[in-house]
Design a protein around this ligand. Structure first.
Ligand code: MD5
Ligand code: FE
Length: 205
């Protein structure tokens, strides 16, 4: 059942059926063949998640048209943008025909990975972010736009869950506290957690 966590932030547990989850895991594996990297932050820290990008390459804290090696970033496939429109329409219960995500970030969390509290503000557009979770469940901390601290809510995101962040929640701080190894259904992912976020860069083409 759909749950509005905050204005513009909607959690839809079990949105993807198991067959769709398996298809997405297979797609992620294909995208990851190009290599997943752990981004290095400007302060020198290395993120514990591993990432592969479609559409635009996210580099802390900006987007690039090319990868580190100069190769072009493959586009977001039409079927994935379609899935994003269906996700947004279901979460907000209104048509989302104009939603055109041109970025997909695929993040892999191994059993020890986490993501500190941050805002997603490198996009020039404030269109909603669509998040899909696959594999092990995690504790997701959903905070507020003004600080990395309280108030926040801790939510469990499970394989197949949809979360949409838009409107007043678009710039909320958020992070992943931990994953729970061994909690995944049989998605074909051997271990860990995958998260796909669809975004509108607002950077043109
Ligand atoms: C994750 N990923 O589970 C999360 C889910 C990331 C990231 O945070 O940047 O890759 S996406 C959560 C999200 C995205 C955009 C806005 C907000 C939350 N928000 O306003 O809370 O790996
Ligand atoms: Fe984020």
């Amino acid at each position: 059942a759909r749950a509005e966590i905050a204005p513009g932030a909607v959690h839809v547990p079990d949105w993807l059926g198991l067959a769709e989850q398996r298809d997405l895991v297979r797609a992620c594996r294909e995208w990851a063949r190009a290599g997943m990297r752990s981004p290095t932050l400007p302060g020198g820290g290395v993120m514990s998640v591993r990432t592969v990008c479609l559409g635009w390459q996210w580099i802390p804290y900006r987007y690039s048209r090319t990868r580190e090696d100069g190769s072009p970033v493959p586009p977001v496939p039409d079927w994935l943008a379609d899935l994003g429109r269906r996700a947004l329409a279901d979460a907000y219960q209104q048509p989302a025909d104009d939603y055109a995500p041109d970025v997909a970030l695929v993040n892999y969390y191994d059993d020890t990975a986490k993501m500190g509290m941050h805002q997603d503000k490198d996009e020039r557009s404030r269109e909603p972010v669509v998040s899909l979770s696959l594999g092990d469940e995690c504790t997701f901390r959903f905070g507020n736009p003004d600080s990395r601290g309280k108030p926040y809510r801790d939510i469990t995101l499970c394989s197949g869950d949809l979360f949409v962040f838009g409107g007043p929640s678009r710039l909320a701080h958020h992070g992943v506290l931990r994953t729970r190894p061994g909690t995944a259904p049989d998605t074909g992912l051997r271990a860990g957690r995958l998260n796909i976020t669809l975004r509108v860069s607002g950077l043109g083409r």
